[in-house]
Design a protein around this ligand. Structure first.
Ligand code: GLU
Length: 385
């Protein structure tokens, strides 16, 4: 191999967000996965995609799949191919399609020895704090266990008010929830164009967007495709959610075999690049906009540990006040009442009171359930605010 080829390869490695991400979310649209006419899966395409996902997993990356297709796959077995479905028929189709959809990913990833875990989410789960935290903890645990979460909207039970209705925004909410570094939206569109390319043939692909301005929104226009419910509008909404969370997003063509590898190799797409990385965005949010509902007083050892970037353990807490739930923001103060940090508590007031001063191993015995070892995890903590 010549020197120039090597250095080019090295450059690709250092620049593609797909490779640089610790946590990567890949969203797959129905039209890529399922044949329009027959309702059958595009098996060889799915296998090639799963090869890319397995390669990312083998590099040590954490990969989550958000996939559409439950309704499209479920029509056939219920004898509803080739006609427009009413809402309740779609929900029925999703009920039989969803298990086939997840199983298809499991079968394909089985070839690489990977385990899939199905997680069905509704809009409610991302807006209600308790359910949000539960969903986040489940996804975190699955990733720690090296499983590949396969996520879709819980179409069969979601009513109009609690539906996302499109998986572009669902994928962005998931990316935000788990502080993903990158979200790739794979669809039959290869990126954002300056105008609708079907109407204006001279429209140009926009390779990078650093801010979603009204001009960018105007470029997206209003469009919809037959099967998926996405279109460009929901993709731009997804981009806004991602950029606010410090997550990079791509609108990329899913049709090529090995679509993630194509992206890594510098394929055509639109990148939405946020200013800050996810952890920084999350910390900025904690430092700036979250109101504290209580106070934890910590000992000198804990003060030193927090200043060194460590998490706050129950053992270091000597007093608690206020009324807060798990996930609420609290101030962390020294014995003499100086605030040294602000963070999201992993426990509610009464539970903190019960476990403070104790070693984390004792948490289960005291509370009757096994919570987090940290009272505030370092990712949820901003020191020096
Ligand atoms: N959740 C729907 C399904 O699995 C698709 C929604 C979308 O395509 O955005 O069929």
């Amino acid at each position: 191999m010549s020197g120039s080829v090597l250095s080019e390869a090295a450059q690709t490695v250092s620049t593609s967000p797909v490779l640089a991400s610790r946590r990567l979310v890949v969203k797959i649209g129905s039209a890529l996965l399922v044949d329009d006419e027959t309702g059958k899966l595009h098996q060889s395409w799915l296998d090639a995609l799963c090869d890319d996902i397995a390669a990312a997993h083998a590099r040590g990356q954490e990969v989550l799949i958000v996939t559409s297709g439950a309704i499209a796959i479920g029509r056939g077995p219920l004898g509803m191919v080739g006609r427009k479905l009413r809402l309740e028929e779609k929900q029925a189709a999703a009920a039989t399609g969803q298990m086939r959809l997840t199983q298809a990913y499991q079968n394909s990833l089985d070839r690489h020895g990977l385990t899939v875990a199905q997680v069905l989410i509704t809009l409610d789960d991302t807006e209600n704090r308790r359910r949000y935290l539960n969903a986040r903890n489940t996804l975190d645990t699955l990733l720690r266990l090296r499983a590949v979460p396969v996520i879709n909207e819980n179409d069969s039970v979601a009513t109009a008010e609690i539906r996302f209705g499109d998986n572009d925004r669902l994928a962005a909410r998931v990316a935000q929830m788990i502080s993903a570094d990158t979200l790739v939206l794979l669809s039959d569109i290869d990126g954002l164009y300056t105008a609708d390319p079907r109407v204006k043939p001279d429209a140009q692909l926009v390779p990078e967007v650093r801010e979603v301005t009204p001009e960018i929104e105007a470029m997206a226009g209003v469009s919809s495709t037959g099967y998926g419910s996405g279109g460009m509008t929901t993709k731009i909404m997804a981009a806004k959610i991602c950029m606010g969370a410090g997550c990079t997003m791509a609108i990329a063509p899913g049709k090529p075999r090995h679509p993630l590898q194509v992206l890594i190799d510098g394929g055509r797409c639109t990148w939405f690049s946020p200013g800050a990385e996810p952890r920084a965005a999350r910390k900025r949010w904690i430092a700036g906009s979250v109101q504290t509902l209580g106070m934890l007083v910590v000992d000198d050892g804990a003060v030193t540990a927090l200043r060194a970037g460590k998490s706050l353990l129950p053992a270091g807490i000597i007093d608690v006040s206020g009324a807060f739930e798990r996930g609420d923001a609290v101030d962390v103060c020294t014995r003499d009442g100086r605030r040294i940090a602000k963070g999201l508590s992993a426990y509610a007031t009464q539970d903190v009171r019960a476990i403070m001063g104790h070693k984390s191993e004792k948490i289960e015995e005291i509370l009757g359930y096994r919570g987090r070892a940290e009272a505030i995890h370092r990712d949820d903590l901003v020191v020096g605010v």
